[in-house]
Design a protein around this ligand. Structure first.
Ligand SMILES: [Zn+2]
Ligand SMILES: [Zn+2]
Length: 334
């Protein structure tokens, strides 16, 4: 009986399949379907490669293996791996820290396919000894996630929340390079969401409202202010009212550059801290969504970009979620 080597009915998300029999006879029929490649390997090393078609295995079309088995016509040992060249989708999600050590969570989708089957088999399948789809898929996801964590952590939290499009594009380029090393093509990456803790969202809120990164990143003050505002009672509001207008002032433009000061987040201060606030744009004029950083129409109740509800005081100032009093005018929030 003629030996037939064929990947029968591969599943939607199957990326590789190992032919279970490692003893191959000369004259065997090798059937390789469209969008597949069959790779012959031995001891983790790739020998001969077949594209789509029906192949009768002879000493001519397996020259490298034939040489290896010493020119014998008796059955020989080889591992046959089928590789799907189709596009696959994977989901990712994880946690890391930004440059200023703000904790962030992120998630999204990526699409990839095998670009160089020999390199893929060498690096992933043979190199990691992963011979089934589940293990390979898990490895690729972990590899993607590791890269994502590494690349995201080189950005500041402001970049992540205000310039996510730019960050996505740059991170994608870096991940594409990472994937090329595995013989994979990363077709596309979508960051669907980035989130941080309540405390850091508050910092971002102040940052986006005031544009004064240095003051905001010295969080201890802002945190206290926010805490004061959260309390009811007129005494604490009085304290808050003294502190906050100072925070709302943009840094005087004439101020000489100061050496970087330590701030609550630790690590390297974000690049924005060194820049003076733009003097031509007072905080009150341009309204910015505190959740996604995009400009919103004056008086908007919901951000047209991220859909988040914009909380306002009776006088129309944007206020942080959960605040009991407006940080700008002190009005009580119902
Ligand atoms: Zn928004
Ligand atoms: Zn107000």
């Amino acid at each position: 009986m003629v030996q037939v080597i064929e990947w029968v009915n591969p599943g939607e998300d199957e990326i590789i399949w190992r032919y279970p029999n490692e003893v191959i006879k000369w004259g065997a029929q090798l059937i390789v379907h469209e969008y597949e490649v069959a790779v012959f390997m031995r001891d983790g090393k790739v020998y001969d490669v077949f594209g789509p078609g029906r192949h009768t295995l002879t000493t001519q079309n397996l020259p490298l293996l034939y040489k290896l088995v010493g020119g014998s016509n008796s059955p020989f040992k080889a591992t046959v791996i089928f590789v799907s060249m189709k596009e696959f989708q994977g989901r990712y999600g994880g946690e890391t820290q930004t440059r200023e050590l703000a904790p962030i969570k992120y998630y999204g989708v990526y699409w990839f396919k095998v670009a160089d089957p020999v390199q893929f088999i060498t690096e992933v399948v043979g190199g990691q000894s992963l011979y089934d789809t589940q293990d390979v898929t898990k490895f690729i996801r972990a590899y993607f996630n590791e890269g994502m964590m590494k690349h995201l952590s080189s950005y500041s939290i402001v970049d992540l929340f205000q310039n996510l499009d730019m960050v996505s594009t740059q991170v994608k380029v870096k991940l594409m390079e990472d994937f090329r090393r595995l013989g994979l093509e990363l077709v596309d990456v979508k960051i669907e969401g980035v989130n941080t803790t309540d405390e850091w969202r508050q910092r971002l809120f102040w940052l986006m409202q005031t544009g004064n990164a240095q003051a905001v990143m010295q969080m201890d003050t802002v945190k206290q202010v926010a805490a004061e505002l959260g309390k009811s009672g007129s005494a604490s509001v009085g304290t808050g009212m003294v502190l906050i207008p100072q925070l709302m002032q943009p840094a005087p433009p004439a101020q000489p550059a100061q050496p970087a000061q330590p701030y609550a987040g630790g690590g390297v201060p974000p690049a924005q801290a060194a820049q003076p606030a733009t003097p031509t744009q007072p905080a009150a004029q341009q309204e910015i969504c505190p959740y996604c950083g995009k400009p919103i129409p004056p008086g908007a109740r919901f951000c047209p970009y991220c859909g988040h509800e914009i909380k306002r005081c009776p006088n129309g100032h944007i206020v942080p979620e959960g605040a009991k009093f407006c940080p700008v005018c002190g009005a009580k929030i119902e």
